[in-house]
Design a binder for this molecule. Structure first.
Ligand SMILES: NC(=O)C1=CN([C@@H]2O[C@H](COP(=O)(O)OP(=O)(O)OC[C@H]3O[C@@H](n4cnc5c(N)ncnc54)[C@H](OP(=O)(O)O)[C@@H]3O)[C@@H](O)[C@H]2O)C=CC1
Ligand SMILES: CC(C)(CO)C(=O)C(=O)O
Length: 343
């Protein structure tokens, strides 16, 4: 269905978009970035650097891809659109694809959250094939200075995509960007949602992921949120898939282990680049809206629908809302500030 000339547009030239697009361009794929002018001007003048898990670097020269802030130019003739905007911008991206995209193109959500593919499908079904995707790894952007912007993969994992577009995973599976097909993407996205409950804690802590997760006080808060989420999912008949090596049902218990035991049992969870932070931390630092409604908000709504409350998730939501309103970046909270009233 696809060949090396297949035109791929990256809708949203941010951390995930630039990392994925950079790896694809380096593998010789036909890539166009659709992004804001502030990044497009840098991409077209100096290109970008892809830094892999082991620190090795590759430079994608500006000649190896196209980049534009004009949606018509980026979407008109494209075959595959990789949607890599934050969840709050999905409806607008869908609108642009509907207006400028070519009938029959494949649209892939590479976003976190269980609802983005539905937002895309609502607007695009019938004319486009919408496919859910899941990026398990963290990408750290390095945009400072005059060097090419760099995008560093900070954790391991394989991108999963749905099976609706045969050959899609093979098209995307290039050096630095492992990708494969998954049969039950709903389960995968619910599994990733559990992991993403840490995004807000990380953003509120102001600490790198490795440091935060090594501290039991933060892990207990995460365990409480996950336990609420698992109960809500169970009541709704949702079976979250395993992301990484550990079964979702054991996560709350495991997270509560003392630090020395956790370090031994959950080595993979702590195998994070020391610089890595959650994408929600990036949002707070840059005074952008976060994805809290798509993460903790989804859990609270599902719990309430099934007749119980989710106080741990609520408390974290409230703290993120406050930080968004204050617009001063991470509040660098102490974990004690996040205990819900009932504890
Ligand atoms: N960062 C990470 O490590 C990971 C992120 N994810 C998920 O991937 C998704 C993308 O995250 P991430 O890459 O961090 O997000 P970023 O905010 O880094 O990138 C999104 C980019 O898209 C731009 N954008 C939004 N709308 C448009 C538009 N209409 N036209 C052109 N550009 C647009 C944004 O600009 P502006 O800000 O000006 O709107 C921003 O530059 C999220 O759902 C996230 O949860 C998943 C795994 C890991
Ligand atoms: C850190 C990671 C990989 C998991 O929470 C992530 O999905 C994000 O930063 O958005």
């Amino acid at each position: 269905m696809f060949d090396p000339k297949t035109r791929i547009t990256i809708a949203g030239a941010g951390s995930i978009g630039c990392h994925a697009g950079g790896c694809l361009a380096l593998a010789g794929r036909n890539v166009t970035f659709l992004g804001r002018e502030r990044i497009v001007s840098r991409l077209t003048s100096v290109g970008l650097t892809i830094r892999d898990l082991d620190g090795s670097e590759r430079h994608a020269a500006p000649e190896s891809f196209s980049a534009t802030s004009d949606a018509g130019t980026a979407l008109r003739d494209t075959d595959v659109v990789l949607v890599a905007v934050k969840s709050g911008a999905t409806a607008e991206a869908a609108e642009l694809i509907a207006r400028h995209g070519r009938d029959g193109a494949v649209v892939v959500s590479l976003q976190n959250g269980v609802g983005n593919k539905e937002v895309l499908r609502e607007r695009l079904a019938g004319r486009f094939t919408v496919v859910a995707g899941m990026v398990p790894f963290n990408v750290v952007p390095d945009l400072a200075g005059r060097n090419p912007p760099a995008f560093h993969r900070a954790t391991e994992g394989t991108i999963l995509v749905g099976a609706e577009a045969p050959g899609l995973a093979t098209l995307l599976d290039v050096a630095g960007l492992p990708a494969s097909e998954a049969r039950d993407m709903d389960a995968v996205l619910w599994g990733k949602l559990l992991v993403n409950l840490n995004n807000a804690l990380n953003a509120l802590s102001g600490r790198p992921l490795a440091e935060e997760l090594a501290d039991r006080r933060w892990r207990v808060l995460l365990a409480d949120q996950m336990a609420e989420a698992l109960a809500a999912m169970n009541a709704a008949g949702v079976r979250p898939a395993k992301i990484g090596r550990l079964r979702p049902s054991v996560l709350p218990m495991l997270l509560k282990l003392p630090d020395f035991l956790f370090r031994r049992v959950a080595r993979q969870m702590l195998a994070v680049d020391p610089a890595a932070r959650s994408s929600m931390w990036e949002d707070l630092q840059n005074c952008r809206p976060t994805e809290i409604d798509e993460f903790q908000g989804t859990v609270v709504a599902l719990a309430e629908k099934h007749g119980f409350s989710a106080p741990a998730n609520r408390a974290v939501m409230a703290a993120i809302r406050q930080a968004e309103t204050e617009a001063k970046g991470s509040p660098n909270l102490d974990p004690a500030a996040l205990r819900p009233a009932r504890r």
